[in-house]
Every structure is written in structure tokens, then in C-alpha cells.
Design a protein around this ligand. Sequence first.
Ligand code: C2E
Ligand code: MG
Ligand code: MG
Length: 734
Amino acid sequence: MTDQNSAQKPVVKTGGSLSGSFRDQFRSASLWDHLASPARIWRSKISWRITITVFLTILTVQAVVLVVTASDFKTQKLHEMRQLARVFVISSLGDSDNQLTAPLTQEAADRLFSETMISGISIYGLDYNLIQVYGETVVLRPSASTDATLQQLSASNRFYEVVLRSHEIRRPYHIAVKLYTAGIAPQINQHIQQSILIIMLLSGFVTSVLMLVLGQWLLEPVMVLRNNLLSAAQNPEKPDVRRPRRETRDEIGMALRIANDLIRQNAHNLRKLRSQAEDKIHKLAYYDNLTGLPNRTFFLEKLDDNIRHRVAEEERRLAVFAIDLDHFKDINDTMGHEFGDKLLEAIGKRLVKALPAGSLISRASADEFTAMVVLKEEHSDTATLVDQIFNAMAEPVSILHERFQVRVSIGVAHSPDDGMEARQILKNADIALNRAKEEGRDTVRYYSEDFDLAVQQRFQMLRDLRMALEENQLRLHFHPQFDLRSGQLIGAEALLRWWCPDNSKEGGRFISPADFIPVAEQSGLIVPIGEWVLKTACKINKQWQDKGLPPFRMAVNISGVQFHRADIVALTAQALKESGLDPKWLELEVTESVFMENMQVAIDILNQLHQLGVELAVDDFGTGYSSLSYLRQFPIDRLKIDQSFIRNALINNDDRMIAKTIITLGHSLNLKVIAEGVETVEHEEFLKAEGCDEVQGFKYTKPLPQDQMREYVINHNRTMAQNTTLKVIEDKNA
Ligand code: C2E
Ligand code: MG
Ligand code: MG
């Protein structure tokens, strides 16, 4: 099918540089035909210009020719008059003897005047003397000086005078004749009118023929070319390219063909470019650059599709897996981003391999993958698929000559069981994943409505916690720390308590920091809370000192979020300044996780804190992921053995070994070692035997409110003093 035959209307974009009126005209396909029709060609500007130019040119040439021929015509007519006059005159001259004196009789002259156009005659002898005169006076007269044919037109053009020489009339005299020219003018006029008519007809005819030829061979192809170019400008990707009704192989035909080819080629290239760009945009919008897997947007669309068709219509069951790499951030930070990228790529490939064909695997965020499997009979057990994923991760991944063991946490949600809305299902899988991560990682959790409830509760808790901060519902309790050998109270850890008022008969209840600190950390609320804790702890410690209590160290927990997101150095300096507490009576407890985020930044911050004069302890030591080599680089004063090792030291050999190793390691690095979670005498004895420096635990007391703590310190010091006195007396007695 040729372009011309194509039924497709030219698609006109609203943009473009062409005038609106033309665009409107161009919208109609039938108008196109009109544009290239002969009528249109004749009405075209170029056509008019050529027509008028050709017509006027022919007219001008003909007019010049007419002027020339009209003059010739007049000359010829005058000549004919002269010849006629000669004939009349000769026939009127008699052959009498008195020819020389009276060649013409009055009678003959009168006849001439009445019957011919002759109105006057003067006859001269050969000596040029006047012999006879009849009728009107003839001004022209022969002379010897000129032999030429004498003739002249009167100024008014009414008379024409000629001299007939003797040899012309074959008589021995010359005759001057005056002739009326009245008969010539109409003839000349008629001649001119006829000529003009012919000229007009000829010009019209020539112009018409020329225009027909030009129209077909030049104007129509040019019009078609113009329309094709307009169409290409309007709609470059799908121009309505047409051919003239008769194609020629001349220069114009060739030019049109080349132009049409170029327009089509351009349209083809543009379409190709657009489709490539669309492909690229589609890829960018729907695929992950790194792994080449679909992204979250694509996944959600497909999930929605599958829920509507496979689940709703075909009544199939569908499982969605949210898969998260455990500790990917740590891996990325310690091994570098190149390594992290390669790891993600490898994991993506493994997941694709692990799940059955037809599954959709996507990379949803940095280290989270999602998978969707429409369950068939043989895969109806989602647990089998989960096993396949875990098995795929079992083999260490080899990257940059390193073998790396990857662990993942998985959350699973089903449709229709857990919802019929794509976002809901994915959210539920994420909730299950979070549960898996909270409950130790490297595990799977299947979504249950209770999880949802837990999430709701968290949101509620966050709202309440915000209010708690504003309404002073936060308190500090203090957990004493002792020198293990002397039993001296050497410090206290400030522990946050949230007194949440309710309708119970107690008027409220304490919420454990273990419950609300993670929520505060996730929401960033830990920053203002931590600020309050630090300032309050410093203030209380200084108050105790001012009231005469022997000074001791106040340990304050600093969350990783607070350490990296807030200016902890400035805050500490401010808390010390505001309270007036000597920095040596303040200790900050940080967990190993703060070293993992950004080692260099952590070293800088710790150094600055140390320069303030405060002490630094590593809390929950032994539970973190970090290597021991970092210890040397940090300005730390104290290792705090996690209570889980102490609790299990007497029943679990591994934990006992870990506790022992931490004490030895701490001492080898010149650090003090404090054990928390000391609940029994056996714990204390074990730690004494291993040379641990300091202790904290329920064996001595539970964490105490401010007033009770003060009393506790006073009582403890009193007891210590009594014991010392008793010992001195005993020693003396001994
Ligand atoms: P942590 O810093 O390791 O604090 C020690 C926790 O162990 C305290 O629990 C303390 O009451 C408990 N503990 C100490 N000795 C014994 C013992 O012998 N037996 C038992 N069963 N428990 C013992 P608490 O007060 O519930 O605090 C839990 C965690 O909450 C803290 O662990 C700390 O990580 C966090 N936390 C508490 N207060 C703050 C705070 O002000 N800021 C920040 N960022 N975190 C805090
Ligand atoms: Mg602590
Ligand atoms: Mg601890």
C-alpha cells in the first residue's frame, strides 16, 4: 500500500510552529486532496505569479510588435494612397497638344476632386515653375535639389501631400498632389483592434498552455512537496507523505522523490529513537539498574495484576516473600560498596534460580528483595519455597576472591489469606520480615494479624512517647556499680523509665526501656530523649555531690542513632557546663554498633569526647559483630561484659569462656572491665576469681529512683565504713 493510499489521517500534534488556522485545515484528510488539487494549484501564489508574469511578458512583447506593425501598416497605406493618386492623376491627364502649358483640364480636376481622395493639385514644369493649380493649395513642391520621393503628412494628419515626379507619370512635368487621409485612420484603428484581440487571445492561450505544463510538471510536485514537508513538520513521526498524481523522472520528480524518502527516513529514525527512549524510560522506571531485576513499582503492578486475575478469577493462592540481607549495611561499610553491589547482584541471581519458573523476583530497596509465586499444587506449601531460598543462600558467595556467607531474613504473606490488595500484601510481608529481623534474623516469619496489631501498638506508643517527653513522664533510675575487690560504690548507671499514667489503681505503670527505646530510635525521638537523659543525669549527680554525697561516676547510655545523628560532643559539653559537673564523674556507654556505621567518624567523635574529660565504656560487649582489632584504635576506658554471658557463665561453658576472654582482653589493653547482670554470690565469686574489676547487678540492688538511690549510697557508705572500722578492730585484736 502506498502512502498515498493510506487511510490513516495525519496525526497533528497541538505543538509546532505552524499557524493554528493551517493546523485546523490540515486536520481533515479530504482537505489534503483539496490542497493538491488542480484548483488549488491554480490558486496557489506561485501559480498566480507565473501566470501574471507570463501573461504580461507576452502582452508586452506583442504590444511592442503591434507598435512596430501599426507604423508599418500606416506607411503601407500611405504608400498605397500615393500609388492610387498616381494612377488617378495619370488617367486624368490628357494627351492634348497643349500638354506642356495645360496638362490638366478644369473638368478633369473637378472629377478627381469629387471622385477620389485628391483635394488639390499643383503642376510644375521640368524647370520647377508652376504651370497649373487646382483645388486646395499643396504646400509640398518639387525641387531640383532632391530627387527623393517627396511626401509629407500634415501636422493634423488630415492631409497627405506627395510629389509625383515626371518619370513616375511619364510626362514632362512634376505634379504635387494633396490627398485626404480620412479613409486610413479607421483602417489603422481596425488593424490595431484586431491585433490587440489576437494578442490577448494568443497571450491567454500561451499562458494557459504554459500553466498546464508547469502545473503538471512543476507546480503540482512542488505543492505535494510543500504539503509533505508541512505534514512532516506537524507530525514528524507519522507524516502523511504523498505522491503527485503523475510521477515524472525529471529533476523536479527526482527532487520530490528524494525529499519524500528523507521525510520517511527521518520519521523512521524518530520512531526508532522514540521507541528506544521509551524502552529506556521503561527500564529506568521499572527495573533496577544494578541487578537488572524489576523494581518495586513493577512488582506492585504485577502483583496487582495477579491478584485480580489469578487469585480473584482463577481462585489460586499467591505467596509474597520479603527477603532482607542480614547486616548488609555492615558488610557494605566494612567491605566497600563495590563488594556490596556484587553481593546484591549475586543474591538476585540466586533468588531467580531458587524459585520456580514464572515467579517474579524484584529488588525492592537497597538490601531487600521481593518475590511473588502463584502457588501450584506442587508448590502449595510455601515452607518448601522458603527452604529453597535458605538453601540457595547456604553456599558462601565468592566475590573478589573472597568467600562470604550470606544470611537472610524472610517475611511471607499470602493472598487471598492476608489481603486482596497488592500494597497491603507487600506491607504484610514487610511486617512479617521485620518480625523475623527482630526475632534474631536468619529466619522466616509468616504474616499474622497479631503482627499488625503490634505495628499499630508501636504507632500508638510513638504518639504516647512524644507526649511523655512533653508532659515529663520520663524518669531516671540509678543502678549502682561497685569495685569488686573493695566493695566500694564507685558509680551508677542512669536508666530511663517511662511512667505512663493509666486508669489502674496504681495510677500508671512503668514501661521498660527495652520496649520503647527501639521505637524512639526508629522515629528519631531518641535524640531529644537522650538529650534530656544526659542533662538530667549530670544535674542529679552534681546535686548529690553538692548535698555531701561522696562523688561517684554517672554512666549514661548513648544510642547509636544519637551518636551519629546528633552532635553528641556539643551536647555533652553543654550538659557538663549547665550542671557544673566535673567531666571525670561522667561516663558515656556506647554499644559496638556505633563503631560499625563509620569507623573514622566514630574514632573522631570518641576522641573529642575523651578530650572533654569524660570516660567511655563499651556496653553489652561481646554481642556485637565487630572485630576486636578496633579496640586498640578507640580511646575507651571500660568494657562492659553483656549480662547474658554472666547469667549463663555458670551453666554454659562457652559463655564462661567468653566472659573470661573479655576480662583478659580488657586487661591486656589496659582497660577496666565491668560485669553487669550479677545476680548471685556465685556470679560474684566467678568474677572475683577471673579478676574482673567492677560489678553491677540485682545481687546488690535493682535500679533505684533518685531519692532511694541517695539513701542507698548513704547506707552503703555507712556500712562500708562500719565494716572497715570493725576490720581495723579485728586486725588490732588479732
Ligand atoms: P543496658 O544499658 O545494658 O542496661 C542494663 C540493663 O540490664 C538495665 O535494664 C538493667 O536494669 C538490667 N540489669 C542490670 N543488672 C541486672 C541483673 O542482675 N539482672 C537483670 N535481670 N537485669 C539487670 P533496663 O533498665 O531495662 O534497660 C534496658 C536497656 O535499655 C539498657 O541496657 C539500655 O540499652 C537501654 N536504656 C536504658 N536507659 C537508657 C537511656 O537512658 N538511653 C538509652 N539510649 N538507652 C537506655
Ligand atoms: Mg548500659
Ligand atoms: Mg548492657
